[in-house]
Design a protein around this ligand. Structure first.
Ligand code: ATP
Ligand code: MG
Length: 419
């Protein structure tokens, strides 16, 4: 019997685990400068949390959720995305009880039953932020800029920011009626999923991956003709501030996003260039005015986004953007008898307490295998402990790169390592 990982999942080890943690740590550091604090919610929730917020006309709820009944007959879903869970937590714990704007970030695995392919997995990692409390176009701008800064810091250049407004509640109501009337005449040419969307939420049709470039979709009514003056003004202020901040963007009328809870601002950072990842979103988000209220909370708006960490790693690999991520070994300690081996354990831990990376062989007393380990580790120094060194407290230390050798006390070795 051979065991294999579940289709659409990934193992991370060696280089790949270092890379994904490198990206995560970079993003953590940047969003901290914006005052975001980590929020950690369970990996599973009551299924209703996602159905009510993401929406039952979305692909996520319709086709992609890992839902199961637990032993007490509760319907449970592995989180397919982060916003709904964070909003649920925000309301349940009354985190709105003080008036200031609340800024959170989260990071962790999400689960979606999708067809696995490049950049699309069944378990993947998202890094997301959510801001609750203010409705201001400039807050939306600040959120978008924080994502842009992340890409800058990672060195990623071949991406495009696409932005659109899907209007406020009133704009969307009028637009939904117009879309309904329009698609009624073209039902025959829509895919079977879109026929379903037509019934539940015709705006979802615009997000269809099958029909996306068909004549019928391209000629559909456009949201811009249905926007209220407030929504228009809100959007224009975002665009104006992005111009001032010199953040390049493209407005994209067909961008509606796959989740139901968005209002007004929606945006995506999309991978450009000619790899198989071309056109995939690497970060997506928007504003949601109704979500907190929908969970039984006060009338407080939110805005946020999520990055797909695996997609960021792929783009960075394609463009050779990773630095050398090997955690370099400073010293390999070689010991020549049992008492020296014990002494080397003691010294290794003392040096590690000072922040140095120390490796040693646990089994061998002869030189050959221990020098081999030093070679594999590509360490900077080799320290040798035998009976003589133990007794005198003066150790042999070899500088591997410069090919020099010294006899030094422990304190002198520490000094050398600090230099
Ligand atoms: P797509 O249109 O590619 O299906 P989406 O609209 O479903 O994306 P979101 O729900 O907005 O994506 O998720 C935010 C980000 O999470 C995406 O931009 C992407 O980087 C990443 N992501 C989404 N689904 C997957 C997946 N199945 N595998 C890997 N990353 C994913
Ligand atoms: Mg999707």
């Amino acid at each position: 019997m051979s065991y294999q990982k579940v289709k659409g999942t990934l193992d991370f080890y060696g280089e790949s685990s270092r890379k994904i943690r490198y990206v995560e740590n970079k993003v953590r550091n940047i969003v901290k400068n914006y005052g975001f604090e980590e929020i950690i919610t369970p990996i599973f929730e009551h299924t209703e949390v996602f159905v009510r917020s993401v929406g039952d006309s979305s692909d996520i709820v319709n086709k992609e959720m890992y839902t199961f009944t637990d032993k007490s007959d509760r319907s449970i879903t592995l989180r397919p995305e982060g916003t709904a869970a964070v909003a649920r937590c925000f309301v349940e714990n009354k985190l709105y009880s003080t008036p200031e704007v609340k800024k959170y970030f989260y990071c962790g695995p999400m689960f979606r039953y999708e067809r696995p392919q490049a950049g699309r997995y069944r378990q993947f990692n998202q890094f997301g932020i959510e801001v609750f409390g203010d409705s201001s176009p400039f807050l939306d701008t600040e959120v978008i800029v924080s994502a842009y800064r992340v890409f800058k810091a990672l060195g990623i250049e071949n991406i495009k920011l696409k932005i659109n407004t899907i209007g406020d509640f009133k704009s969307r109501q009028d637009y939904a009626i117009a879309l309904h009337d329009y698609f009624e005449k073209h039902l025959d040419s829509l895919c079977s999923d879109c026929k379903n969307r037509y019934e539940k939420n015709p705006m979802r049709i615009l997000d269809c991956k099958v029909d996306r470039n068909s004549e019928v979709l391209l000629n559909a009514p456009k949201i811009k003709d249905f926007l209220t003056d407030e929504s228009k003004e809100y959007f224009n202020k975002i665009l104006k501030s992005l111009d001032v901040l010199k953040i390049p963007y493209e407005t994209d009328e067909s961008l509606v996003r796959g989740l139901d809870y968005y209002t007004d601002t929606v945006f995506e950072f999309v991978i450009s260039g000619n790899s198989e990842l071309n056109g995939l979103a690497i970060c997506a988000g928007g504003k949601y005015a109704e979500l907190i209220k929908g969970f039984g909370g006060p009338d407080i708006p939110g805005v946020g986004y999520a990055f797909g960490l695996e997609r960021i790693v792929s783009v960075m690999e394609k463009n050779s953007l990773f630095p050398n991520l090997v955690n370099a070994v400073d010293v390999v300690i070689i010991s020549l008898d049992e008492d020296s081996k014990i002494e080397s354990l003691k010294i290794a831990n003392e040096l590690r307490d000072l922040g140095f990376n120390i490796d040693l062989d646990y089994k061998n007393f002869s030189f050959k295998p221990q020098f081999k380990l030093a070679d594999r580790d590509k360490c900077k120094y080799i320290m040798i402990i035998g009976e003589e060194e133990r007794k005198s407290g003066i150790y042999t230390i070899k500088d591997v790169l410069n090919k020099t050798e010294d006899k030094l006390s422990y304190d002198e070795i520490v000094k050398k390592l600090y230099n």
